[in-house]
Design a protein around this ligand. Sequence first.
Ligand code: PTJ
Length: 245
Amino acid sequence: MTVPPTHPRYASLLLRERLVNAVEASVATPAGLIAHGRGEAFDYLLGERTHPFAEEAVRAAASLLLRARHPVLSVNGNVCALAMDDVVDVAGACGADIEINLFYWSSRREAAIRSAFASRHPGVVVRGQEGGRIPGLASHRATVDPLGIGDADVVMTPLEDGDRAEALLACGVQVIAIDLNPLSRTARAATVTIVDNIVRALPLLAREVVRQKREGTIDPTGYDNNSVLASAEHTLRAGAVGPEE
Ligand code: PTJ
């Protein structure tokens, strides 16, 4: 089906279509569609726009990435479907590694994501889930590349609600989450949580990394993730305005 550009929900329908195509290509899973629906609901309540609490988190995240010894951007099926080009932009700007990390892992899915990156970004190295382990995690998310997430001091874990952030933090790794749900386990555990849609947050982050590289990184010590999460929750509860027409 072709979505008419005049449809009032055109942008949202296009994102859905990207995810449906990604499921057909084994990049994303049917459960990823449910996760996307949950994200859509929060985004709708946030007015489908970037708020100051997300901009503040983006500034802190850029600083963490630039100050890191070894930053890694973790990619799951939904992230690949929605924001592969932006992941490559952020990684290029801050010198981060990109690593596939799947909850519903299969060699077929890992290969499908690898080939999606290779077709649009030949030459970009994409690490996978082999050889290393994050201690204290029962799911397949524990399996990592020992030279990637296994060696990282800062890991970005977008679109994930689970226990990996806590397990990484327990290993002394700082975690950047991108999650439209400020109440999720990952959002609450992370060092920095960007409460925004990944399709808006990552282009912002790429620009902010470039800006801080040019002008110097901001001091992240004053950043308070709890207050950022509280602002996001307050906006959700008080606002609930729906998208701008
Ligand atoms: O590809 P896999 O096998 O690793 O599986 C990935 C999914 C997404 C299926 C898996 O990580 C999952 O089930 O995720 P959850 O537990 O549903 O968490 C996803 C979180 O991301 C939820 O809190 C959603 O609100 C949020 N979210 C969904 N879409 C977006 C989003 N946050 C930002 N931008 C989005 N576009």
